[in-house]
Each structure stands twice: as C-alpha cells, then as structure tokens.
Design a protein around this ligand. Structure first.
Ligand code: FAD
Length: 294
C-alpha cells in the first residue's frame, strides 16, 4: 500500500476505547486516570467488557454507568449469553436502559472452563439470538464481534461471514473485530463481508501490545496469528518496559497507518485500562484533544 506519512494524517477518524471492570481500588484508580487521559481525544464511545461467565455483571454495570455519568462519553456495556437464562439477560439489559445506557456490545461469550461452548438451558444460544432478544427489550444501539481470521468455533470462513451477516440482519449496527496484526487480513475480511452484502461499519480492534507473552497466550485462544517478525521485535525486551512500549506503539501505529491508507476511518482500541499507548497511537494518527488546533 502507498501509505501516507504520519505527518500527513489529519486526524479525521472516529475512535473508541475498550476497558475492563476493575477488581481492586488500585485498579479502579488506574482506570479512572486512563479514562481522564483519553477523554479529551473525543472518543465517540467507550465500552466495558463482561467477565467470562457473567462474573462481572455488577462491576461492569457500575463502571459503564459511572463513566457515562462522569464523562458524558456514551458508554457501551458488553453483555454475553453465558450462564444466564433469557429472562436474566433481559433483566440486565432493562437495568442498563433504565440507567441511561443505550449501547450494548452483544456477544455469545465462551464456556467459563475454557471447554466447548454450550448454551445455558433457557438461555440465548448465540449472539444472533441475543441481538434479537435485546431489540425486544429496547431500541439499543448494538455492536457485535467479527473475526478477520475466522472464529475458532467456525467450520470455515464463509460460515463465519454468514453468521456476521445474520447478526446485522438481527439488528446490529456495527462490528468490532478481534485483534489482528496483518492489515491485509482485515482488508480481505472487509472485502468478503462486502461480497456477502454487509455494508455496515466494520471497525478494526487494535491491540497495543503491553506484554508480548500475554498477547501470545490470547492469540492462541482466539485464533489471531502473530507474524514472525513481531516475535523478533520483542525479543530481548522482557526487562525493558520503556523500550517495549516504544516498540509496541510503533507497531500499532504502523498497522493503523496502513489501515488508514486502505480507507479505514474508525478504530477501536483495546486499552487494557492503560492510556498511554492508545493515546500515542491516536496522536500519531493526527488526533488532538478536542478544541485544540493541530
Ligand atoms: P457468535 O457470533 O454467536 O458465534 C461465534 C462463532 O460460532 C461464529 O463466528 C460462528 O462461526 C459460530 N456459530 C455461531 N452460531 C452458529 C450457528 N448457528 N451455526 C454455525 N456456526 C455458528 N467475551 C466475553 O466473555 N466478554 C466480553 O466482554 C467480550 N468482549 C468482546 C469484544 C470484542 C470486540 C470481541 C471481538 C470479542 C469479545 N469477547 C468477549 C469474546 C467473545 O465472547 C468470543 O469470541 C466468543 O467465542 C464468541 O462470541 P460471538 O458473539 O462472536 O459469538
């Protein structure tokens, strides 16, 4: 791709940030500081994840409502089908609506023990069913998950795309992708989605690497491939966090720059509750605090 230089990027992009609910006071403090750092960049929304098996139901709710009330940034709640009946999931959704939350990231979720997924008796079987159910509860804005490298449970790429199409047909507004490191993989997926008649937003999920070992572990679980050059770049940096951060920011910014060159104007950042890497990448993409001239 004939990529523009960083100096040419005007910041004409929409950004959103993902957080997870904090477990301790100290983590809550870090999260608040991170949200405060990223808020001036004017994200169109932030989202808060839902722990495996619904284990963070109350904490996710508390955090989503707190962030939206304190920052006025529209906040989205992740919600899964795991370990809950339809009535229970609907009650959680209704509570969100009553608390002023209008955006749900609707997911199937995974089996809490890491084994094969099976639906809860009386629960929603998958994301498509969940979306349809949520739309019955209220007119939520709905984001869903998409997989440029194919979901591990999917028999093939076409089934995965058909499933994504079904999520849009059930009422989803946009898809956010699993993280990936090869821009070509995203472009291929975007083309396949378009060929299947999907014309809604597909937003790349960008994962700045905090810990290479953790990313390797997560990639193994979700089917993301790690290019061999990346392993080489992180080699020898385990004890050098500052150098590692610089390398991480460069890799993620380079990925975003190529995505931008390919026409992408929306980016979703997996912040892991830390602001600096995501801030630096947005900055390199031309984003400046709202109201401040570039
Ligand atoms: P679905 O779209 O329902 O299905 C997953 C796959 O199974 C599909 O791709 C499809 O190929 C196959 N499949 C489903 N139904 C059928 C069918 N009827 N026939 C054939 N194949 C079928 N997990 C959490 O626990 N909490 C979170 O907060 C969370 N946030 C996430 C945010 C994003 C942006 C992403 C990308 C993932 C997130 N996840 C989260 C992980 C997600 O829960 C898992 O990836 C899960 O395994 C699949 O969820 P889904 O909504 O994509 O499932």
């Amino acid at each position: 791709l004939d990529s523009p230089l960083f100096s040419d990027l005007p910041g004409d992009i929409d950004i959103s940030f993902e957080f997870f609910p904090p477990k301790t006071e100290k983590m809550a403090q870090t999260l608040q500081e991170s949200v405060a750092t990223l808020q001036p960049l004017g994200p169109r929304f932030v989202s808060v994840t839902y722990g495996a098996g619904g284990t963070t139901r109350e904490r996710t709710h508390a955090e989503v409502v707190r962030v939206q009330n304190e920052t006025r940034i529209p906040a989205a709640a992740h919600l899964t089908c795991v370990n809950a009946t339809k009535d229970e999931v609907n009650a959680v959704a209704r509570h969100y609506w009553e608390s002023g939350i209008r955006h749900i990231v609707a997911l199937r979720g995974d089996a809490p023990d890491g084994g094969a997924y099976s639906p809860h008796p009386g629960g929603y079987a998958n994301a498509v069913e969940l979306i349809a159910g949520l739309k019955q509860v209220a007119d939520f804005e709905i984001s869903v998950a998409a997989y440029p490298e194919v979901h591990p449970d999917s028999p093939d790429a076409q089934t995965d795309i058909d499933n994504l199409k079904a999520k849009f047909d059930a009422g989803a507004d946009r898809a956010i992708t699993q993280f990936f490191f090869d821009p070509e993989c995203f472009f291929r997926f975007r083309d396949e989605a378009a060929a299947a008649g999907i014309d809604a937003e597909i937003v790349p999920g960008v994962m700045p690497v905090m810990s290479f070992a953790a990313v390797q572990r997560m990639s193994g679980l979700c089917g993301t491939s790690i290019p061999s050059w990346m392993e080489g770049l992180f080699d020898g940096l385990d004890e050098r966090p500052a150098a590692r951060q610089l390398v991480s920011a460069t890799i993620a910014a380079e990925l975003c720059r190529k995505l931008y060159a390919g026409g992408v104007r929306q980016f979703h950042f997996y912040t892991l509750n830390r602001a600096e890497l995501s801030y630096a990448i947005c900055h390199m993409l031309g984003k400046r605090p709202v109201g401040v001239a570039t």
